[in-house]
Design a binder for this molecule. Structure first.
Ligand code: GLU
Length: 441
């Protein structure tokens, strides 16, 4: 039985970067009829906030990425204590007392000597007396996991065969000097206890995975299948990390981006399969293939979301937007027609308002000099509203007769005079919605 998890820290909002992680784990679970767990990595009491936890859930719900259960790391501190004891008993855990400045100095020295900046394990050589003295002088130390210096290997679901020399990695700190459990230990305990079978996360976690595999093994747990997706960059390949703040799901939602547009893009971006707009999450689940994703950084352009959003809206049923249209003040008997006319001509639903204002108040006419005379002839031929399905035909026939104009030379100036735009809805359909034509004066 497949069990996956999405494990955000509730220290901020979800953005397009971590949405991929959420989505891939969700899709893997749903594709196999398995379980998808939302895990809140909230062991840092200062940075974790309930409001962010709530926002994460709200954003996932907006997208329809439903979880089967929520787990909070802050509820599981006893378990992490027990795991720490177990690692201590097994001789895989040691206390170290270096200050950050000392560690920094060591790293610089190593780098100067052309060596990788790996923790030198001096703490392992400390006697009990030395430790007691250090503890008295500096307070409690940090707790590091003692890696076995061998190669750590796994077949990554995206990156393929990975082999990391454990000696090239520092023994990870699992408990801070103030006693706070760090993500690595908590995550390992959770993955083991919750029976996580598949972990997909960003490629910035590859080294963590290597150390976590050894910790899982030290705790006699089953190592899940790992896959690391590439990180997103901007359209020119520039780092996105600084801009992610403005690419939160709530910002995108506020800009009118539609969930299916975002999901359809994210389920394919960076894969060998083309981006195709899907009508439902079920369709996305069906077409998802983790193996089709590549290791190269994935370019993301927020602007790609808008044409997809326009397509989602164009295909949308009236019932889905009826309330919103009524809220604009569109009369009940015109609401459905208004939607049929407007939906092909909007990007986001926010654009509906502009179309309604045009119908209600009329538009500033756009009249080219060479058409001024023709429009002057045409406008008196247009009766006062209300209009009906026949109005456009009757009117344009009359204008044709009166001016001798035809085809584009007839229709375009009239469209521009009535709507103030060169493009827009089919005019026969639009006319019955117009409550005012300002060009009539
Ligand atoms: N809270 C971690 C993060 O957001 C989870 C990483 C993981 O998936 O293990 O980076």
């Amino acid at each position: 039985m497949t069990t996956t998890r999405f494990a955000p820290s509730p220290t901020g909002y979800i953005h397009v970067g971590n949405l991929r992680t959420a989505l891939f784990n969700y899709l893997i679970a749903r594709k196999s009829g398995g379980t998808f767990i939302l895990r809140l990595d909230d062991t840092d009491p200062e940075r974790s906030k309930q409001e962010y936890a709530d926002a994460i859930m709200e954003d996932l719900e907006w997208l329809g990425l439903t979880w089967d259960r929520v787990e909070k790391q802050s509820d599981r501190l006893d378990r992490y204590h027990a795991a720490a004891d177990e690692l201590r008993d097994k001789g895989r855990f040691y206390e170290a007392f270096e200050t950050p400045t000392e560690l920094d100095l060591k790293r610089k020295k190593q780098l100067n000597m052309g060596k990788p900046p790996v923790y030198d394990r001096s703490a392992l050589a400390l006697s009990e007396d030395e430790k007691t003295a250090l503890r008295a002088e500096r307070g409690d130390g940090v707790w590091r996991f003692k890696l076995d210096h061998e190669r750590i290997e796994w077949t990554d679901g995206i990156l393929g065969d990975i082999s990391i020399d454990a000696a090239s990695v520092s023994d990870p700190v699992l408990i801070r000097a103030d006693g706070q459990f760090l993500y690595t230990l908590a995550s390992v305990c959770d993955d083991v206890d919750f029976g996580i079978t598949d972990v997909v996360r960003g490629s910035d976690h590859v080294t963590n995975t290597a150390t976590q595999i050894q910790i899982i093994q030290a705790l006699n747990g089953t190592v899940p299948a790992f896959a690391h997706h590439s990180l997103l960059t901007g359209p020119q390949g520039e780092a996105l990390s600084k801009r992610l703040g403005t690419l939160s799901l709530r910002d995108l939602r506020a800009q009118g981006v539609e969930p299916m547009a975002l999901l359809s893009l994210m389920a394919r971006l960076g894969s060998s399969q083309p981006v195709e707009l899907r009508a439902s999450l079920d369709e996305i689940v069906e077409g998802f293939d983790l193996n089709s994703f590549g290791a190269a950084p994935t370019k993301f352009d927020v602007n790609d979301l808008f044409p997809l959003t326009a397509h989602v809206n164009a295909a949308r049923a009236y019932a889905d937007v009826a309330e919103r249209i009524r809220a604009l003040g569109v009369p009940e008997d015109q609401a459905e027609r208004f939607w049929t006319v407007a939906r092909e001509n909007i990007t986001t639903l926010d654009d509906l308002e502009g179309w309604w204002v045009l119908c209600r108040d009329g538009a500033e006419p756009l009249i080219a000099e060479e058409d001024a005379e023709m429009i002057a002839t045409a406008m008196p031929l247009l009766p006062e509203p209300p209009y009906d399905d026949a109005t456009w035909k009757t009117w344009t026939d009359a204008v044709k007769e009166a001016t001798g104009r035809k085809g584009k030379g007839l229709f375009m100036p009239l469209r521009k005079a009535v709507t103030g735009m060169e493009r827009g809805p089919d005019m026969s359909n639009l006319m019955p919605l117009l409550q005012k034509v300002r060009a009539k004066g």
